[in-house]
Ligand binder design. Structure first.
Ligand code: ZN
Ligand code: ZN
Length: 123
């Protein structure tokens, strides 16, 4: 069987020869970039959907205060409705039981923790 000729990796400036489009290292990088893009596209569409907007309003009406701050005895108006189990980790997207009301600062620190856990740097 004749082997496929090797070509240089399509990543700009990478000298590795490969049988595919990218060398092993850049194949992984491109794949991760692609996944990241897909996820961003999905969440943009999801958070703009009328179903989500409706559920979000419902949740804020039930819990108008930040639930994290409340645990520490602080009273802070909630501005963000967050998924307790993130959608990307398989959490139910449109289940009110998977939602919590948070203020922006609690939401930001939760997101930072999650991103750290996932080993993802924002591109
Ligand atoms: Zn490469
Ligand atoms: Zn808070």
């Amino acid at each position: 069987m004749p082997r496929k000729p090797k070509r240089p990796c399509s990543y700009p400036g990478c000298p590795e020869l490969t049988e595919g489009q990218y060398c092993a290292k850049h194949r992984k990088e491109e794949y991760q970039k692609y996944n990241h893009f897909k996820r961003d596209e999905f969440s943009k569409r999801f958070y703009n959907s009328p179903q989500w907007q409706r559920l979000r309003k419902q949740k804020i009406a039930i819990n108008p205060l930040c639930e994290y701050c409340a645990r520490e005895g602080k009273v802070t108006p909630a501005t963000v409705v967050d998924h307790i189990v993130p959608i990307k980790e398989g959490g139910a997207a449109l289940d009110i039981n998977n939602l919590q009301s948070l203020c922006k600062s609690c939401h930001d620190s939760k997101t930072a923790r999650e991103d750290g856990r996932w080993g993802n740097k924002k591109i």
